[in-house]
Design a binder for this molecule. Sequence first.
Ligand code: UDP
Length: 340
Amino acid sequence: MKSFVTGAAGFIGSHLTAALLNAGHEVVGLDDLSTGRLENLTTVAGHPGFRLVEGSILDRDLVDELTTGADRVFHFAAAVGSFVIRDRTLESLRTNIHGTENVVEAAHRNSARILVASTSEIYGKNDKVGLREDDDRIVGSPLRSRWSYAEAKAIDESLLDAYVRERGLWAVIARLFNTVGPRQTGRYGMVIPRFVRQALAGEPLTVFGTGEQVRCFCHVHDVIPALTTLIETDQACGRAVNLGSSEQVSIGELARRVIRLTGSASEIKRLSYLEVLGSGYEDLMRRVPDCALAGDLVGFKATRTLDDILRAVIDEQANRGGDAVASPVPVVARTAATGS
Ligand code: UDP
């Protein structure tokens, strides 16, 4: 089996690449190394079945070339993270809309099955406990940049739905709810690697807003097998599928837990959304998935607890001396797509 993974050097993409190689796939990865890191691919570097190409999903010809001969396409390249969306809204919209269109078109042209990473942001401010895939989206003004990520991903989902119904594409959408774990960096806003880095450095943990907002964090190792199985599951075609944990935690409690587990002397510092994220941001107060569909389709169940996740992230950061993204990312030359 030949797989093409966009965003292969990213947090989820790199874990997925390793799993596919372990399962005997040949993998071509594409990454522009904007937020992805070559260090994420250390465990697969030199694997005879793996090739990484540095380039953008906005490069239509390159995407088409790399998709040629692929049986499976996993689309994980995207602009993500609240700081990225705040600072580079226009570029993020282009990447997340036009880039996805290129990848989807290429999968269709090459008759490959495609799995596209979507997001729980799709549900916006809908705070129902147990969000189901057909629940309504409640999003704020499109003039608030926070929602531009959800808008772009919603367009991606509609595009896929139309390709499936009108063009016969085989596609499945994975809606990921706060996937976390080793290799995720806090540099672009993600809360767990940020809190862990702050606690280990003895800095204040920065809680945005009241700290009463609730999330469910899911270990990347629970998510990866569901992704590789979903794309092989005939009944998943044309579906959007939630993947996440149902263990709720408020962000204030998360900060206290990180302090306890690290034994840190850090304090908690509350910051207003306006001062950290600007006027284009508004938060959502609760986001909890119902993953019954993923359970039915692929037997998905999040087995790792929040404490398991925190221990894994603390171990990783403690062993490598902080959030690794603080170190410079080595740059590779863009590999010729048809090279050896
Ligand atoms: N957050 C925080 N401090 C930080 C980073 C994030 O309080 O240093 C909050 C953020 O405002 C949100 C929650 O933590 O309420 C989760 O943020 P993240 O960006 O990880 O994921 P989101 O659920 O917002 O996509």
